[in-house]
Design a protein around this ligand. Structure first.
Ligand SMILES: Nc1nc2c(ncn2[C@@H]2O[C@H](COP(=O)(O)OP(=O)(O)OP(=O)(O)O)[C@@H](O)[C@H]2O)c(=O)[nH]1
Ligand SMILES: [Mg+2]
Length: 469
């Protein structure tokens, strides 16, 4: 089966059915009145991401997608049948664009995700709908709403965890066949691989999907060779394995050419974590390996692995480095999912068809849970300074803590004064409390009437009067 990652599709939703004009004609029922039913609803065009598809090849053969129109209403107030929806099944990772190919409508990145691309027309009301006391025999009905039609561009971006890039003949397909069960075509001429190949790699406890992408050459961003359109498949990768053919002379130049192509392509590829490996070491003399490795390390500015897809040398180290990046990204994604706001429950039909209600729902308990903050960011208990003693308090404290001694008439008077002042102060402290208590009780909610004093009944008033006497 051919691999196809771009497709153009003409889609049309269903038109609504027309409302019916009919009157009740029955024996013994005179003035039967209006009897026409409403038209049925036209079908929608819905895109659905399914897991068992890997290519858009189906849309090479089926370029028109049409939903069914709603049926017209009928007599006896019969509503027409709704039209069936047209479901466009696309592989997971398909992006759906407007006709211009640039305006993204939706990225079908989750398995089972559904998105309504076109809405079917509503059915028109039949004449039964319009009967009223002032118009008991309406001779009109509404037509159904027309269908929508649009052209969509589908672009598939494979969901792979890591991607293999490099010049043609760098040994990418050989590497993929060595580390996975995939069997891509391998030959010693350039552009053996014409379309991306996927393989599942297992290293230690980690499984990941590795994509072998067609080779890049200088000027690929201008369409030279196979161009750079397959680089789109590396956009979702957690890391990129850049293979450089060690049997070539100018390894640093080769590396820089590919980097320039990645930068020209953009879309965040130039910032992706890159693992560089000098391939085919089994075919280079040992003394050249260190030289080429040093040249490559100078060009890329970080560690270079030395591997061989044929002999298997250094392969596990490279795979572990890739697995490390992939695990890091999976942890980040799991954290994002954990703290993500749960999707709102879809209420309307439109929402039900555009929100991915099949996706795992975040537990309700998480709603109240706050993201954990590091200890350094948590608020610390604030130390409240003790209020300073007033002069009177200080004097009093000094007086009672001082050693008992015989007091002279002056000192005795001073102590008595201090005692009196302290008592006064204590009284003042209590008073504002009473004030606040009062304020509390008097605080009433705004807009409510003050409770009226209870009015006594006439008998009660008389009884009180007589009692006073
Ligand atoms: N000696 C040696 N030869 C290798 C090694 N890896 C690949 N080759 C050879 O290099 C040639 C090209 O290998 P491929 O795996 O097809 O290279 P590629 O990068 O997939 O090439 P394209 O698909 O054209 O981009 C084949 O003849 C392989 O046998 C290696 O590690 N050592
Ligand atoms: Mg290949």
């Amino acid at each position: 089966m051919r691999f196809l990652d771009v497709a153009k599709v003409y889609a049309q939703s269903g038109a609504g059915g027309n409302g019916c004009i009919a009157f009740r004609r029955e024996k013994f029922i005179e003035y039967g009145g209006p009897y026409g039913g409403d038209g049925g609803r036209g079908g929608d065009v819905i895109a659905e991401a399914v897991e068992n598809l890997n290519t858009l090849i189906d849309y090479r053969f089926q370029q028109h997608v049409k939903a069914q129109s709603g049926e017209g209403g009928k007599g006896k107030v019969m509503t027409g049948a709704n039209g069936d929806d047209a479901i466009m099944k696309v592989p997971v990772g398909t992006e759906i664009y407007e006709e211009d190919g640039d305006t993204l409508i939706v990225d079908m990145a989750t398995p089972g995700m559904r998105y309504r691309l076109l809405k079917g027309g509503n059915g028109g009301f039949g004449n039964y709908h319009f009967k009223s006391s002032t118009n008991q025999a309406p001779e009109f009905a509404l037509p159904g709403l027309p269908a929508e039609e649009r052209i969509f561009i589908l672009k598939l971006k494979l969901i792979a965890d890591a991607g293999l890039i490099g010049m043609p003949n760098a040994g990418k397909s050989t590497f993929l066949s060595r580390v996975s069960a995939a069997r891509p075509k391998i030959a010693d001429y350039p552009f053996t691989t014409l379309e991306p190949q996927l393989g599942v790699v297992k290293i230690d406890e980690t499984d990941f999907v590795l994509a072998d992408l067609p080779g890049l050459i200088e000027g690929a961003h201008e369409g030279v060779g196979l161009g750079d359109r397959f680089l789109g498949h590396a956009e979702r990768c957690a890391s990129i394995l850049h293979l450089v053919d060690g049997t070539g002379d100018a390894v640093a130049k080769t590396y820089k050419t590919i980097r320039a192509e990645l930068e020209a392509y953009g879309h965040g590829l130039e910032d992706k974590p890159e693992i560089v490996a000098l391939n085919k070491v089994d075919a280079i003399p040992e003394k050249d390996v260190a030289k080429k490795r040093a040249a490559l390390e100078k060009a890329c500015g970080h560690k270079v692995h030395v591997i061989s897809g044929v002999s298997g040398a250094g392969i596990n180290t490279v795979l572990r480095a890739m697995a490390h990046e992939i695990i890091q990204r999976r942890i980040r994604q799991a954290e994002e999912r954990h703290y993500a706001r749960p999707a709102r429950t879809p209420r309307t039909r439109h929402e039900r068809q555009t929100v991915n209600y099949n996706a795992p729902v975040v537990a309700k308990a998480r709603l109240t849970e706050e993201p954990r903050r590091p200890a350094s960011a948590r608020p610390r208990a604030v130390k409240v300074a003790k209020p300073e003693k007033t002069v009177v308090e200080a004097v009093f404290a000094k007086a009672i803590t001082a050693k008992p001694k015989k007091l002279g008439p002056k000192e005795g008077l001073r102590l008595a004064k201090a005692k009196a002042a302290k008592a006064k102060l204590a009284e003042e402290k209590i008073r504002p409390k009473a004030k606040t208590a009062k304020a509390k009780t008097s605080a009433r909610p705004v807009g409510r009437a003050k409770a009226k004093p209870r009015t006594l009944s006439r008998t009660a008033r008389r009884a009180r009067k007589s009692g006073k006497r």
